[in-house]
Structure formats: structure tokens, C-alpha cells
Ligand binder design. Structure first.
Ligand code: NAD
Length: 416
């Protein structure tokens, strides 16, 4: 989907939900538009002496509920419109979880595969410098996204600290523990997905213990979610990565797959006690709970009808297209939407920021327990809204989020 289409989808969603909530037109205009959009062009001289100019963006959607928060993406296809839509979705994600942030997003048009580590460091540091007029530990706090990681966050933190003359750990989250990162952050999104799955399953009279689960994507989110599903007594019958999947109706040994096959030569496809399946076959396997945790737009109008799962828990961002959503809702499939299901990552990012500001760090148990409590509270609120308005879970989650942002905007009033 082009950036413009992504933004149109985000704005259309907001329009529909605002109408349902009866939000007046003026207020609707305020929350529909990003508060700030910064476009930067910056030069880098590479190891071979050549110069290239890069384009990057930082968008702050809404800051009525607190500082803005959102990842930085390094990818050749990013644009201002997509970055704006992603910032808006971050506003809703933070509001559903009821953490005191608005949404933001940043991106640089760059194919990271073309550059050395030193060159990526230069790109990161120069981009940080360019957007330093917007970011700050009290203003706008970046995090990792597609193409960026804990190392990139360390460079951002260091660059901002050099500018200030003292260490500013709270300016980014997703940092290594050694630089003020949080225990439990790496596993947070997958852990949150499983808490959401377990709670939402009650709506379908399914117990995670004994449920048949399929997970698409075996990386940070999918790998952790699959392991925790197995820990909770689920039978994980299928998992996949970019190369394809494996299926055993009696269940796979996820720990074996995770520690002995994933990331090694041949990958999970080398696992013996299973049948090989393609990624599209995997999505259509017989199961109770399907967890797409890889890419967006995986379930669309072409395969939605063949999905057999009773529930879909969106670990990835945007794995289900709006048209697939309609088909699945008509079939009675319960979809736990991304802004709720994968919010564990931003919740523990919030914990990381709180710890950095307090210079006082928590043990992993404390992080996990607090995460679990927030996920359960968010889920309960969304389920309540879903029943009250007889709508699907995505609409209910958006209604809660938009209501919270609209209420905060109204209470603050319009300056001057
Ligand atoms: P990752 O890079 O660690 O893992 C991605 C996995 O998907 C890998 O196993 C990869 O092989 C697999 N994959 C790639 N292409 C595939 C394909 N065509 N079919 C099946 N599998 C494929 O990424 P991640 O951090 O686990 O993120 C996964 C998704 O979750 C993304 O949509 C991301 O935006 C979303 N998400 C991540 C976080 C987080 O904290 N990591 C938070 C919120 C949302």
C-alpha cells in the first residue's frame, strides 16, 4: 500500500469512530491532523568518499495526553504520509493502553543493507541532529522500528547526550540494558500478545491451555509468543519465518525450534518432526488461535474466507486488510487488533522511560507483572466497549482510544 493509501485508511477509521462517538466536527479536525511534521534532507559522506543526500521525517501526531512516542524506521519505501499514519496509530495504541503519551513516528528513506555499520552510525547521528529540534525526554521519545535496533537507539542517545553535555537516557527507549534499557523489554511484545490472547479467548470459550495455535513469523514477537503459548499449555501446531513454515497437528517443540533451528543454516524448515508448509498455507491451517507476527497485509480478501482460526491475535502491525476484516467479522472470527494485542512493546518502553527518569531500575518480575496488569485492564475495557456497542474489537479499541484523546484535547481547551 502506498503511503497515501495507508494515511487514507487511518483517517477513514478515525472518521467512522468519531461519528460513532458523536465527536463534534471541530474537535475531530484537531485530532485528525498531525501536530507537527518535520521533513529533513541531510548529506552523508561514505567510506569511499562519495556523498549522498537522505530524506527523513519526524511526525508528532497528538500530544494532549503527554509527550509523543514512536519508533524510527529505516526503509527505502517510507514517505511522509505513511509516517503520519503510523504516528496516528501510535496515538491510539498509547491511549488504549492508557499510558501518558501521544503518538509519533520517524523514518529515513534508506536501504540499510547497502551500508557498513560505521555508515549507518553516521546516518543515525546526523538524522538525530536534524530532528533534535523536536525530540527530547520530555517532548518526544523515539524507539526502534523496522530497520533499527538497540544499537541505533544507543547512537541516538549518545548524539543527544553529546549535544546536552550530559547523559540523557530517557530520550529513547529500546536501549541495551547497559545504557538504561529495561529488563523484559525484548520479550514484552510477545508476552503482551499472549496475555491478550489468553484474556480474549474467554470471549470464545477457548482456554489457551489446550488450544491449537499457529504463529506466522518467528522473530522477536512471534518467537516469544510461540514459546509463551507453549508454556501456557497451548499446542503450537504451526510456525513460519520468511522462508516458509512447519506444521504438525500434534504440536511442535517450540523450544527446540527456537534454540536449535531458528537463525541457523536451513532455519526452522530443517525441523524433522513436521510437514513443510508455505506461508499462505500456514495462515489457513486448522487451529483455534492464529497469531500473525510478521508483516502487514498478510490476510486479505483473497484468503480471509479460508481462515479456519476462531480468533486472530495481531502481533504484527496491520496484518489484516480492511476488506479481510469485514469478511472475518461476518464469519464470527474474533480479531484482537494490533493497537491492543501488540501494545506490550510500547508499555514496557514506557516503563523503561519511567525508570530512566527516576534513575531507579526494576527487576524483570516487576516489569512482567505490571505489563500483564496493563494488558488485562486494556483488554477488559475493550471487551466492555465491544459488548456495549455491539461492534468488533478493532472498532471498540479505536473508540476507547479516540474518546480518551478527544476528552484530553477538550479538557485542555484550545490555546490561546
Ligand atoms: P523480526 O524481524 O524480529 O521478526 C520477523 C519475523 O517474520 C522473522 O521470523 C521473519 O523471518 C518473518 N518473516 C518475514 N517475512 C515473512 C513472510 N513473508 N512470511 C512469514 N514470515 C516472515 O520482527 P518483530 O520485531 O518480531 O516484528 C514483527 C511484527 O511485529 C512487525 O509487524 C512489527 O512492526 C510488529 N511489532 C513489533 C514490535 C516489537 O516490539 N518488536 C512491537 C509492535 C509491533
Amino acid at each position: 500500500m502506498s503511503g497515501i493509501k495507508v494515511l487514507q485508511t487511518a483517517q477513514e477509521q478515525l472518521k467512522q469512530v468519531s461519528e460513532k462517538l458523536g465527536i463534534d466536527e471541530g474537535l475531530c479536525k484537531v485530532i485528525a491532523l498531525p501536530k507537527r511534521q518535520l521533513r529533513v534532507n541531510f548529506p552523508i559522506i561514505f567510506d569511499n568518499g562519495e556523498l549522498e543526500v537522505f530524506e527523513g521525517y519526524r511526525v508528532q501526531h497528538n500530544s494532549c495526553r503527554g509527550p509523543t512516542k514512536g519508533g524510527i524506521r529505516f526503509h527505502p519505501d517510507v514517505d511522509m504520509e505513511e509516517t503520519t499514519a503510523l504516528a496516528m496509530w501510535m496515538t491510539w495504541k498509547c491511549a488504549v493502553a492508557n499510558i501518558p503519551y501521544g503518538g509519533a513516528k520517524g523514518s529515513v528513506k534508506v536501504d540499510t543493507k547497502r551500508f557498513s555499520k560505521r555508515e549507518l552510525e553516521k546516518i543515525t547521528r546526523r538524522f538525530t541532529n536534524e530532528i533534535s529540534i523536536l525530540i527530547g525526554e520530555r517532548e518526544d521519545i523515539p524507539a526502534p522500528d523496522v530497520g533499527t535496533n538497540a544499537q541505533v537507539m544507543s547512537w541516538i542517545m549518545d548524539t543527544a547526550s553529546m549535544q546536552k553535555g550530559y547523559t540523557v537516557p530517557g530520550i529513547v527507549t529500546g536501549k541495551p540494558i547497559a545504557l538504561g534499557g529495561s529488563e523484559g523489554r525484548v520479550e514484552a511484545t510477545g508476552r503482551g500478545v499472549i496475555v491478550a490472547a489468553e484474556e480474549a479467548a474467554k470471549e470464545k470459550n477457548i482456554s489457551l491451555h489446550g488450544a491449537k495455535v499457529v504463529v506466522q513469523g518467528f522473530g522477536n514477537v512471534g518467537g516469544v509468543a510461540a514459546k509463551l503459548a507453549q508454556d501456557h499449555g497451548a499446542t503450537v501446531v504451526g510456525v513460519s519465518d520468511a522462508r516458509g513454515g512447519v506444521y504438525n497437528p500434534k504440536g511442535l517443540d517450540i523450544y527446540d525450534l527456537y534454540y536449535k533451528y531458528a537463525g541457523r543454516d536451513g532455519g526452522i524448515q530443517n525441523y524433522k518432526d513436521a510437514e513443510k508448509v508455505t506461508n499462505s498455507e500456514l495462515l489457513e491451517l486448522d487451529c483455534d488461535i492464529l497469531i500473525p507476527a510478521a508483516l502487514s497485509n498478510q490476510i486479505d480478501e483473497n484468503n480471509a474466507d479460508r481462515i479456519k482460526a476462531k480468533m486472530i491475535v495481531e502481533g504484527a502491525n496491520g496484518p489484516t486488510t480492511p476488506s479481510a476484516d469485514r469478511i472475518l467479522n461476518d464469519k464470527g472470527v474474533l480479531i484482537v487488533p494490533d493497537i491492543l494485542a501488540n501494545s506490550g512493546g510500547v508499555v514496557v518502553s514506557y516503563f523503561e522511560w519511567v525508570q530512566d527518569l527516576a534513575h531507579f531500575f526494576w527487576e524483570e518480575n516487576e516489569v512482567n507483572n505490571k505489563l500483564s496488569r496493563i494488558m488485562k485492564q486494556s483488554l477488559a475495557g475493550v471487551v466492555h466497549m465491544m459488548h456495549e456497542h455491539k461492534c468488533d474489537m478493532r472498532t471498540a479499541a479505536l473508540m476507547i482510544a479516540v474518546h480518551r484523546v478527544a476528552e484530553a484535547t477538550k479538557l485542555r481547551g484550545i490555546f490561546p
